[in-house]
Design a binder for this molecule. Structure first.
Ligand code: HEM
Length: 418
């Protein structure tokens, strides 16, 4: 159904290729549950951050040299001599951290409100694919400046694959492009680091398409019963997301302009030296919980399998959680355990930043055991045992009628009365 556009050029294009009608349908008329809070802005933040990363990355690539003899100095040249090179690099470098902060909040929002449950399983699984691709991209990007942490981080992580029997060593040789980390490794990491963000973009398009087929979840986790439960995306949510985006950019700008190296490691300003191992090899902060799980297991293969399983378990999450109720607002016991999971991930992150010995090894082990216990044992059992609180009959009912069967803590906030 083509809309009747007043602009003749838009009308001419749209009657031949209805891109404007499609955009209008997906981002203007799209019905959002009216009670969605600011946590629903994080998908938009992630999409914008991805665009920022792609654009700044392309400009950096114009000045970067993927050769082990020149990579480090080409980055220093970007910082000192290229016009606004320092800005491009700091936006890109800190953009990776902002991207992970945003996506981790986006994922935990999904875990709290049960957004991974039917009918949003494919949407969720596409999200997990994005997360894994983001990790691969970030890992390879960190190698490019060819500093000490780049080199030794790449050494530790690529060597993990050698833990697999038979196929392990051939995989490592393939990743290295030879028999040690050297120029061919840097070349392939650069090629893949350039490619993967476009693959992520493709999966994001599918992710949002899958979302728009089934519609957005909301803080009550119940379906929209009619037009009174929803609001068109524009202007209500464009304005709301726009305001939140300004705040997000403020935080991002604080890192870029006031603490650009706060989240990085000083050793990466030392050129890579295969003969000198840093006393303490640590990955970027967003990998720390996974790094802690890797080191928590005494056997190398066991550690590698534990680390990969911590991501793979997310694929089957929609089937592990047996509860019919989506939102933690109406699941009093799950709500407590959700915060245990958050705490376990933070503690794992801290343990990952510490040497793998003494108390930190114990802490990492406890954290890893809780992580898997949460998904593999607790969620299947809790769905059967927990008695959920009564659900409101509709999204608008508790708001419009004033005193619906809403439990304490779930009362309408001013925004939800819109
Ligand atoms: C590049 C990274 C990502 C982008 C650009 C992105 C984008 C979006 C957007 C725009 C939305 C709709 C707005 C919102 O609900 O926040 C959304 C929803 C959603 N995303 Fe993502 N996403 C990303 C990563 C992920 C990841 C890693 C997961 C999970 C593992 C995930 C799971 C979900 C789910 C379950 C929803 C539906 C939420 C609901 O309706 O309650 N996303 N995403």
């Amino acid at each position: 159904m083509a809309a009747n556009y007043t602009n003749p050029i838009v009308r001419w294009i749209d009657s031949r290729l209805p891109v404007f009608t499609m955009m209008r349908h997906e981002y203007y008329d799209y019905q959002m549950p009216r009670n969605c809070n600011y946590l629903w802005s994080f998908g938009a933040f992630a999409a914008i951050t991805l665009m920022i990363m792609i654009v700044t990355g392309i400009f950096l690539a114009m000045n970067y040299t993927d050769n082990t003899l020149l990579a480090f100095t080409s980055v220093e040249r970007i910082m000192r001599d290229v016009n606004y090179g320092w800005l491009l690099r700091y936006i890109h470098m800190n953009g990776a951290s902002m991207f992970f902060i945003v996506v981790y909040i986006h994922v935990f929002r999904g875990l709290y409100y049960g957004s991974y449950k039917s009918p949003r399983e494919i949407l969720w699984m596409l999200g997990v694919v994005i997360l894994i691709l983001m990790m691969a991209t970030a890992f390879m990007g960190y190698v490019l400046p060819w500093g000490q942490m780049s080199f030794w981080g790449a050494t530790v992580i690529t060597n993990l694959f050698s833990a697999f029997p038979i196929i392990g060593d051939p995989i490592v040789t393939l990743l290295w492009g030879g028999f040690s980390i050297d120029n061919p490794t840097l070349n392939r990491f650069f090629a893949l680091h350039y490619l993967l963000p476009f693959l992520i973009l493709g999966v994001v398009v599918l992710h949002v398409a899958a979302l728009h087929i089934v519609g957005s979840n909301n803080p009550y986790g119940i379906d929209m019963k009619g037009p009174q439960d929803g609001l068109p995306f524009h202007p209500y949510f464009t304005i709301k997301d726009g305001f939140a985006l300004v705040l997000f950019f403020l935080v991002y700008a604080c890192f870029v302009f006031f603490a650009p190296n706060y989240l990085g490691h000083a050793d990466n300003y030392i050129p890579a030296n295969p003969l000198v191992t840093p006393s303490h090899i640590v990955p970027e902060w967003y990998f720390l919980p996974f790094y802690a799980m890797l080191r928590a297991v005494p056997s190398k293969l066991g550690g590698v399998l534990t680390m990969f399983s911590s991501l793979l378990v997310l694929f089957v999450l929609p089937w592990l959680d047996t509860s019919k109720i989506r939102s933690a607002k109406f699941r009093p016991i799950y709500k407590q355990f959700f915060w245990f999971l958050v705490a376990a991930c933070l503690v794992l992150g801290y343990a990952g930043s510490q040497p793998a010995e003494g108390i930190w090894l114990v802490v990492a082990r406890v954290g890893a055991v809780y992580y898997f216990f949460h998904f593999l044992i607790l969620l299947p059992l809790l769905g059967k045992l927990e008695r959920p609180l009564p659900l409101p009959t509709s999204i608008s009912e508790p708001v419009l009628k004033g005193s619906g069967p809403v439990p304490a803590g779930a009362h309408a906030k001013p925004m939800e009365k819109a």
